[in-house]
Design a protein around this ligand. Structure first.
Ligand code: ATP
Length: 348
C-alpha cells in the first residue's frame, strides 16, 4: 500500500475550470470519500489520480513516485466504475484474467490470483457465467475483483453503488469497506450521496465548483461544518442569518437572540434539527417561542416545523415514540430549545 499526495492540482477544459488547486494527503490504508454535487469536479480529480486525465498543473505522487505524467497502467491503481465496465463476451473469470494479462502478470500466477479475488468477493461459484447472467450487485463484485486482482497500491471507486437498488447498495458498501479494511487498501471513493460518504469514510473531502470546501472525519464535518455549503450538503440544518453581538450572542435578522459560542464576526448560525427539542416551557441555553406549523411523518422520525415568533422557521426532528407519546400538533405553542454548544457559527 502507499500514501497518495495530491499537490495543488488544477484542471481546465478550455476556459472552464473543473478542479481548482486541490491538495490532499491520503494516508496508507485510509479511505477518503470525495463528496459533492454533480459537476463539482470529483470524477475529474479521481481520473487524474488514475491517470485518465492529466492535470493542467500540480503534482500527484503515489508513495514516493511522481505519477503526474505516467500512463494509467504504470500507476498501480485499480479502478471501479459506476457502470461495471465488464466485457460482455467474457466470463467472470475471463474478465478478471484480462486485467492481469494487461498488467503482464505471468500466466502461471494468474489462476491463483483469480481464485483469490473471486473468493474475496464471493463470486467463485459464478466464475463461468457471463455478465448478462449476473445481477447488478454481482457484476459490481466482479468489477471489484478485477480491480483488486492486480494488487494495486491505490483503490479508486467512482460512484460504484449508484446503479444498485437501495438495499444492495448498503450490502455492497459494507463489503467494500470490510475488504478495504482487511487488505489495508489506500482508497478514494467518489460519491454524491452524503449518507454513503459519511458511512464509509475515514475522512471526506467536500467539493463545490471545483474547490475543496472542507476535509475531515465524518463527525467533524457533520458537527463542525466550515461553511454554509458543507452544513447544507451534509444533512439538514436550521440556519439563521444575522450578526454576532457581544461574545457568544448572535442576533438574527428577525430579532431573536441565540447563545452560540465562537460567533465573533459570524453572519450565520446553524443548529441540526435533531438537536432541537420542542417543549411547553423554555428550557436550556436557547428557547425560542413559536407555533407548530406542520408535522411530517418519516417513519423512524417526525419532522416538526415551527413558525417562530418575530419571524424565521425551525425544524425539529424527534424520534418517533409511537402512539403512546404525545406528538406536537399544528397550532400548538412550543419552545424550540437547543444548547449553545450544538450551534455552529459561520463567517460566510
Ligand atoms: P458527476 O457527479 O456529475 O459525475 P463530478 O463532480 O464528478 O460530477 P466532473 O465530472 O469532475 O464532476 O466535472 C467537473 C466539471 O468539469 C463539470 O463542469 C464538467 O462539465 C466539466 N468537464 C468534465 N470533463 C470535461 C471534458 N472532457 N471537457 C469539458 N468539460 C469537462
Amino acid at each position: 500500500m502507499a500514501k497518495v499526495s495530491i499537490e495543488n492540482i488544477r484542471k481546465q477544459f478550455g476556459a472552464a475550470v473543473a478542479v481548482s488547486d486541490f491538495s490532499l494527503e491520503i494516508a496508507e490504508g485510509e479511505l477518503v470519500t470525495f463528496l459533492g454535487p454533480s459537476g463539482c469536479g470529483k470524477t475529474t480529480t479521481l481520473r487524474m489520480i488514475a491517470g485518465f486525465i492529466t492535470p493542467t498543473s500540480g503534482r500527484i505522487r503515489i508513495g514516493e513516485t511522481d505519477v503526474t505524467r505516467l500512463p494509467v497502467h504504470k500507476r498501480d491503481t485499480g479502478m471501479v466504475f459506476q457502470r461495471y465496465a465488464l466485457f460482455p463476451h467474457m466470463t467472470v473469470a475471463e474478465n478478471v484474467a484480462f486485467g492481469l494479462e494487461m498488467h503482464k502478470v505471468p500466466k502461471a500466477d494468474r489462476d491463483a490470483k483469480i481464485r483469490r479475488v473471486l473468493d474475496m468477493v464471493r463470486m467463485t461459484e459464478l466464475r463461468e457465467r457471463y455478465p448478462r447472467q449476473l445481477s447488478g450487485g454481482q457484476q459490481q463484485r466482479v468489477a471489484i475483483a478485477r480491480a483488486l486482482a492486480i494488487e494495486p497500491k491505490v483503490f479508486l471507486l467512482d460512484e460504484p453503488l449508484s446503479n444498485l437498488d437501495a438495499k444492495l447498495r448498503l450490502e455492497v458498501r459494507e463489503e467494500i469497506r470490510a475488504l478495504q479494511r482487511r487488505l489495508g487498501l489506500t482508497t478514494v471513493f467518489v460519491t454524491h450521496d452524503q449518507e454513503e460518504a459519511l458511512a464509509i469514510a475515514d475522512r471526506m473531502a467536500i467539493m463545490h465548483d471545483g474547490i475543496v470546501q472542507q476535509v475531515g472525519a465524518p463527525d467533524t464535518l457533520y458537527e463542525r461544518p466550515a461553511n454554509l455549503f458543507v452544513a447544507d450538503f451534509l444533512g439538514k440544518m436550521n440556519v439563521f442569518t444575522g450578526r454576532s453581538q457581544a461574545d457568544n450572542v448572535f442576533q438574527t435578522d428577525a430579532g431573536q437572540r441565540i447563545a452560540a459560542p465562537g460567533g465573533a464576526g459570524a453572519t450565520h448560525v446553524g443548529v441540526r434539527p435533531e438537536r432541537v427539542r420542542l417543549q411547553g416551557q423554555p428550557a436550556g441555553g436557547n428557547a425560542l417561542a413559536g407555533v407548530v406549523e406542520s408535522s411530517l411523518y418519516l417513519g423512524s422520525v417526525l419532522e416538526v416545523r415551527v413558525q417562530l415568533e418575530g419571524g424565521n422557521r425551525m425544524v425539529s426532528q424527534i424520534v418517533n415514540g409511537g402512539a403512546r407519546v404525545a406528538q406536537p400538533l399544528p397550532g400548538e405553542r412550543v419552545y424550540a430549545c437547543f444548547e449553545p454548544e450544538d450551534c455552529v457559527a459561520f463567517t460566510q
